[in-house]
Design a binder for this molecule. Structure first.
Ligand code: PGA
Length: 313
């Protein structure tokens, strides 16, 4: 009974209310949302208030000067994003039926693949004028969540989650290597074994990073307990920390071309390395890919090799 009446109320929610709410939730500010949408602040507050009345719960709470999403607000925010994605899918399917060759592509890539993904997007954009993009660069855990929520057209990642029903195509190798500062004593050694790294301190990526999961699994398989130092949330931060002498690091070789060329970092010659991984282009099985998304997927599978970052070390 309660459910039925909630659904009937929610059927009166308008796209406009969701759009206004989405902007307030993303900016965590009524003022910024008003500016973004060219509305007055009272108009924004009114739309959010009406939405809250229909949902039957507060969507924001104010602590001091800041506003935060409530638990209900987070749920509504999540659904707003997937409705937005559905609408974009709808738009590009209709455009395709009308024979229009344009559209929007929402892509998310693993931070290790960013270096390649931006080159791919630039090349694809050159050949497909009229296509606009949004690119989200994030870690594995967030990519998995985005796949679950059907928030993106395509995802580029290492090792897709096995428990989800996905279409996955491997398109390039993604070797993980051990890096050190150029003055690190181990850089002089030619044939290191992984056992010789057991007393070294490693700078790690955050939990949720695919690189970190691969690295931990690899060391566990080798029966080696890792000495872990600091934890950092990006490949760039890891590289800086290693260069500053805070320890060794493990990163994808594709993140390194500049540092290797300028000799700011060195890849250690460890027999058991690289850890061999692959990148995959991924989407949910059953998802209706827009024509632009399908064209980009094919582009990645057929032409990614042309845009790989040249590696020399
Ligand atoms: P990440 O990259 O370490 O940024 O999560 C994902 C991956 O390479 O699997």
């Amino acid at each position: 009974m309660y459910h039925a009446s909630l659904i009937i109320k929610c059927m009166n929610i308008t796209f406009r209310q969701l759009k206004v709410f989405e902007s307030v939730a993303r900016n965590l500010s009524f003022t910024q949302a008003a500016q973004e949408l060219y509305l007055t602040q009272p108009a924004v507050s009114m739309q959010v208030k009406q939405l809250e009345e229909m949902v039957g719960l507060p969507l924001f709470e104010q602590l001091g000067k800041k506003i935060f999403l409530t638990r209900a607000g987070e749920e509504v925010f999540h659904y707003c994003r997937s409705i937005d994605q559905q609408l974009r899918e709808f738009e590009s399917v209709i455009e395709d039926l009308k024979g229009l060759k344009r559209g929007h592509l929402a892509i998310s890539v693993a931070s290790t693949a960013n270096y390649l993904a931006t080159r791919l997007l630039a090349a694809f954009a050159k050949e497909n004028e009229g296509v606009s993009f949004s690119l989200d660069v994030t870690n594995r855990a967030t990519l998995v969540q985005q796949l679950e929520n059907n928030e993106k057209d395509l995802v580029i990642m290492g090792r897709p989650p096995e428990e989800m029903d996905l279409v996955t195509d491997a398109f390039m190798e993604n070797p993980l290597v051990v890096i050190a500062a150029p003055d690190h004593p181990l850089t002089k050694r030619n044939n290191l074994s992984i056992k010789e790294l057991k007393d070294e301190t490693f700078v790690l990526r955050e939990p949720g990073s695919g690189t970190r999961i691969a690295m931990e699994r690899f060391f566990a398989e080798q029966g080696i307990q890792l000495h872990t130092g600091m934890e950092m949330t990006s490949n760039e931060a890891i590289k800086q920390a290693v260069e500053a002498g805070l320890g060794l690091g493990i990163v994808s070789i594709h993140t390194l071309p500049l540092e290797l060329e300028t000799k700011h970092l060195v890849v250690l010659k460890v027999k058991e390395f690289p850890i061999l991984r692959h990148w995959y282009v991924v989407h949910r099985r059953g998802k209706r890919l827009s024509p632009v998304a399908e064209a980009f997927r094919r582009f990645v599978l057929e032409r990614a090799g042309e845009y790989a970052v040249p590696i020399s070390h």
